[in-house]
Design a protein around this ligand. Structure first.
Ligand code: ZN
Length: 611
């Protein structure tokens, strides 16, 4: 089909300025499209035009800069002006459905030149369905990067991969979805491939890798004071303490500071400049939210976002990715050392609930000849205190060891502010060799908040998920009412906790250790680090144990933290800490002192405390 129709010399931006209507349903500024509103989109769109020799276009853009509309303009240009077979890939099939229903349908119906080319989806045999749009001279297929079948479709001259950093590294065991999609275009000499995304984690970001292989264009704008051309960088934005409304930009050359009101003129006079050698086939563009036009996202909004996010690693990551369009470096583990943690031990008494703590959880790791048990106290905003860490030796297949665990699970822990607390939740790992025993204990001690858990190493899992029912097989017979097992997002939790071990100031998320915590505990706590592993040529970040190291202290903390998250399933998360505080404030309880030793008595001699 290629080359059968004459294509007049119209660029994508010219086409959009002439024909594209922004839908009132999908756009904040409905009406005719104007490239002059976002001058930095002109060149990225125009290299997608038929008359440009560029084959591969990479957009690493911040949110709210118009990159999605630039992609839509290209889709419209292909349908109306440069028809050919096209494949549009979203991260999932579900998102492809949303793109089709929400964006594409309204763009087609509200842009007359497109409505002429594509029959309404209502009519029978219209060639217009959710996942395919036929038009004279071509066809657009929509699919998700999670569907190998969708990616293996017919040859396509145009490939549009949107939000590639959200694509899975591997689809149905057939490899990288971007490569699969791109294979569709290899037979076309005049192919065009568009890859867009906000970036994610350094070394794992596809869009960054693609950008780094490109000519790395930056949008240079003139300083309103001295005229020096420069691209806008976040560290040049200045403001008065905690007041986003004072945000101004400091010119790198003349050091004058200027307000955002100059932005429209600067954008108008801006130009893309390559900062790396070009292969003449690939064009890469990077743009932060600092360029967002007036009325979309202001510098003050960005400072406001930054001030909210700066203390919290996940929020700061999102700021860096979506506002600055830069990757986030996850190097937490490398900066946490056992020696550094020993130095920050504090002089609070082990085995007691510290004054500011409001809940107690326990994490239990099951080994073949012992249980490792950590007791953690938690205060507002997940400030944590290690109360106790023990190794209980015995045979997990017999009842004796579990009776010893009972001593800790049922113990009443004295609170420094008066009163006592028993553990609210206890999480025991069922992933070892004694799964049935763990299930059985969890079932028997359900009323005491005991749950069986199973770690999940995949990224992006919640700290604790929905329980599934499992059968218990005790001594060859299946017990009637089975047990529940809760999935724990170990990878997620470790990332969170290592971020917190890096905190230097007590407060939200800080983890406290008492002075009797020995160095062996910290060796175990820091026994894992994040490492890059390549799966089919793609980097995968995962937590790996240092060779021959023990890591039970870390596992116990992960499980105790999962147990805390189990409490969020039972309490209203917004008010949980108020509710837990009220529990301690019950009249009389504040002054009542518990006996010096807990009611459960002195731990039996089987307890061996290593530290
Ligand atoms: Zn200047």
């Amino acid at each position: 089909m290629e080359g059968l129709r004459p294509e007049q010399d119209l660029t994508v931006s010219e086409w959009a300025d002439r024909y594209r209507m922004l839908s009132s349903k999908a756009s904040a500024e409905p009406g005719p499209w104007r490239t002059s509103r976002t001058p930095y989109l002109r060149e990225p769109m125009d290299v997608l035009s038929s008359n440009s020799p560029i084959q591969r276009v990479v957009l690493m853009f911040a949110a709210q800069t118009g990159k999605t509309e630039a992609g839509s303009n290209w889709l419209g240009y292909v349908i109306a002006h440069a028809p050919g077979p096209m494949l549009a890939v979203q991260p999932t099939v579900e998102m492809a459905k949303r793109l089709s229903k929400q964006r594409l349908e309204s763009m087609i119906t509200e842009t007359p030149i497109l409505a002429e080319k594509i029959a309404p989806s209502r009519s029978r045999d219209s060639g217009n369905t959710m996942f395919s749009k036929e038009f004279p001279g071509g066809m657009m297929l929509l699919t998700g990067a999670n569907s190998a079948t969708g990616l293996r479709s017919t040859p396509c001259r145009y490939i549009f991969c949107d939000e590639v950093d959200a694509f899975p590294p591997d689809v149905d065991g057939e490899g990288d979805p971007v490569s699969l999609a791109e294979k569709r275009a290899t037979t076309f000499a005049r192919r065009k491939i568009l890859l867009t995304s906000t970036p994610t984690v350094k070394d794992f970001s596809r869009i960054e890798a693609e950008y780094e292989r490109s000519d790395q264009r930056r949008f240079y704008v003139p300083c309103p004071c001295c005229g020096a051309m420069q691209w806008l960088k976040w560290p040049q934005l200045k403001w008065e303490k905690n007041d986003p409304s004072t945000a101004v930009y400091e010119c790198e050359v003349c050091r004058e500071r200027f307000a955002e009101i100059h932005k429209p003129a600067m954008l108008r006079q801006g130009e893309w400049r390559a900062t790396a050698p070009s292969d003449r086939k690939t064009a890469g563009f990077q743009l932060s939210g600092l360029y967002s036009p007036l009325g979309w996202l202001s510098w003050a909004d960005m400072v406001d976002d930054f001030l909210r996010a700066k203390a919290d690693a996940p929020m700061l990551k999102s700021f860096v990715n979506t506002r600055l369009a830069e990757t986030w470096e996850e190097d937490f583990a490398s900066k946490v050392s056992a020696a550094g943690l020993v130095e920050r031990c504090e002089s609070y008494a082990p085995g007691r609930v510290p004054e500011r703590a409001l809940a107690v959880t326990i994490g239990v790791d099951v080994q073949d000849n012992r249980l490792a048990v950590s007791v953690w106290a938690w205060g507002r905003e997940e400030e944590g205190w290690l109360m106790d860490h023990q190794e209980v030796y015995g045979d997990p297949s017999g009842p004796e060891l579990w009776k010893q665990l009972d001593v800790l699970v049922l113990n009443k822990w004295e609170h420094d502010g008066g009163g006592e607390l028993v553990a609210d939740a206890v999480a025991i790992d069922s992933g070892g060799h004694y799964t049935a025993e763990v299930y059985q204990y969890a079932r028997e001690r359900q009323a005491s908040g005991v749950i069986a858990i199973k770690g999940q190493s995949q990224r992006g899992k919640p700290p604790i998920g929905k329980a599934t029912k499992v059968d218990i097989n005790a001594k060859g017979r299946v017990l009637k009412r089975g047990a529940q097992v809760f999935p724990v997002g170990s990878d997620t939790v470790k990332t969170t906790l290592f971020g917190r071990l890096k905190h230097n100031e007590p407060g939200p998320g800080y983890l406290h250790f008492h002075q009797q915590t020995g160095s062996e505990y910290f060796e175990q706590l820091t026994a894992e680090k994040q490492a890059l592993r390549y799966v089919k040529g793609f980097p995968v970040r995962e937590w790996v144990k240092k060779p021959s190291a023990r890591n039970e202290a870390l596992d116990c903390l992960v499980y105790a933290y999962a147990a805390l998250n189990r409490m969020y399933q039972r309490y209203d998360r917004r008010t949980i800490w108020d509710q837990l505080e009220k529990r301690l404030e019950k009249p009389g309880e504040k002054t009542r002192r518990a006996p010096l030793r807990s009611r459960a008595g002195t731990p039996p001699s089987a307890f061996v405390s290593n530290w």
